[in-house]
Design a protein around this ligand. Structure first.
Ligand SMILES: Cc1cc2nc3c(=O)[nH]c(=O)nc-3n(C[C@H](O)[C@H](O)[C@H](O)COP(=O)(O)O)c2cc1C
Length: 424
């Protein structure tokens, strides 16, 4: 983490800040990185947040212009590379056995009223019990007291590992890291079958990732904090409520317990936070779905140009796709492909390639001037829905919709094109 921080200039806050609600107040005031240098009750600690609040951060890391970012992500995901192993790591300097975590780490409470002390930027490293493949994924953790947390596990890779081990009466060994290079964060946020996310991070970092083998699990050596322990197979606890990317309270669930056996940290450690429901949270979640959507839409509509999960659609539920339409009906095909590529998607708008998908006014202009709703809007009933969408919460299925706002091919395109110098 510190290697990355040397190259950026975060806003720094010198006044003493409490972990209870004050950290989040400071993060809300700024769009970019914020470094809090004095934390009440935690001498020597600093807290950083808002690291990944724009796609530019990743275009800079990958050294590509902004308009090449999506294609570069697609290429990187298909070419993960083996990272180098290290024999030592800075975090080994400070080691604690089964500590009371909140006495050692400045866990943060982000929202008043209902919330508890949470980690929001913690990445779990674990091995598939069948294949030995390593997985990395973000999971928030709610502090339960002492060395225990409840962990939100959405049914994906780590959840599957946990279930397989549980069936065999075994705990799941995990290493949890916090305070990492944004390339590691972006890789950990991806969800592709059989992908080793640290190998993807190594591709993002042009081969410079170094990892220490900790009992068979590889751990990036510049992680600020490392917790080694187990997800217990025979105990669950309340997790939540927590503010998710929708900006609404996610409900309380019974979730697995993580018991920390060893805690390691760098000298002068920096604790990383992601403000729940804010830009960084939505961007990291959604950005990694865009290459997947692009890839799958490209299979049926090769002329697809751009994809975005929109800010207003919480970076997760609404997409806009631009295509260069060659055959009538391709707008709907693109929409259907997108809905299956990202099952949490609720609505997809398909526009022609002269429309900027990142500009919501431009997209609305396309709807206003090109869409005939009776023809262009299609509903797909009874499809699997996002657990995050309050309107379908608990049902598991929802109605999805496609809006095809592309110009019909049998019409004169010039009737629809924006006149140079007109309203913009
Ligand atoms: C900031 C952030 C927080 C996340 N929090 C959780 C979480 O608490 N629980 C969860 O299951 N997934 C969470 N996710 C999603 C997973 O990390 C992500 O989908 C991951 O790619 C799953 O990977 P996998 O398919 O390799 O298991 C979060 C993602 C981000 C970017």
């Amino acid at each position: 983490m510190k290697r990355y921080l040397e190259g950026i200039t975060p806003v720094t806050v010198e006044e003493e800040v409490s972990t209870r609600l004050e950290v989040s107040d400071h993060l809300r005031k700024h769009e970019g990185p914020v470094l809090l240098n004095r934390i009440t009750g935690y001498p020597g600690w600093r807290i950083i947040g808002n690291i990944c609040t724009s796609k530019k951060v990743f275009a800079d890391i990958l050294e590509v212009p902004d308009d090449r970012l999506l294609d570069t992500l697609v290429e990187s995901i298909s070419s993960p590379t083996k990272y180098n192993k290290a024999s030592e790591a800075g975090f080994l300097q400070n080691e604690f056995n089964a500590p009371d975590i909140i006495k050692k780490i400045p866990l943060v409470m982000y929202y008043p009223e209902k919330e508890r002390y949470y980690t929001s930027a913690t990445i779990f490293l674990a091995l598939d019990p069948d294949t030995g493949r390593q997985n990395a994924s973000f999971h928030r953790m709610m502090h339960l007291g002492k060395n225990r947390f409840s962990v939100r596990l959405v049914p994906r890779d780590l959840f599957n590992f946990y279930k397989k081990n549980q069936q065999n009466g075994q705990d799941t060994r995990v290493v949890v890291i916090c305070g990492v290079h944004p390339a590691v964060s972006l890789a950990a946020a991806t969800s592709y079958p059989n992908l080793d996310e640290l190998e993807l991070a190594n591709t993002f970092l042009k081969g410079s990732l170094k990892c220490l083998d900790m009992g068979g699990i590889d751990v990036p050596v510049d992680s600020e904090v490392v917790m080694v322990g187990r997800l217990l197979h025979d105990e669950v606890a309340d997790e939540g409520p927590f503010v998710d990317i929708t900006g609404t309270w996610d409900k309380v669930r019974q979730e697995p317990i993580f018991e920390v056996e060893k805690l390691y940290m760098q000298d002068d450690p920096i604790w990383q936070v992601i403000l729940p429901g804010w830009t960084e949270h939505r961007l990291l979640m959604g950005m990694t779905q865009e290459p997947r959507i692009l890839n799958i839409v490209r299979n049926s509509v090769p002329s697809v140009k751009d994809v975005v999960l929109t800010r207003g659609g919480v970076g997760w539920l609404h997409a806009v796709i631009s295509i260069q339409k060659r055959h009538e009906g391709e707008g709907k095909n693109a929409g259907l492909a997108a809905l299956s590529a990202h099952p949490s998607l609720k609505r997809v708008i398909v526009v022609d390639d002269d429309i900027d998908v990142n500009n919501s006014e431009s997209v609305e202009w396309a709807l206003a001037t090109r869409l005939r709703p009776d023809e262009g809007v299609a509903f797909v009933k009874g499809a699997r829905s996002s657990s995050l969408d309050p309107s379908s919460a608990g049902m598991g299925v929802a109605t999805k919709w496609i809006i095809d706002a592309t110009i019909p091919l049998d019409r004169d395109r010039r009737d629809f094109e924006k006149v140079e110098g007109s309203w913009s």
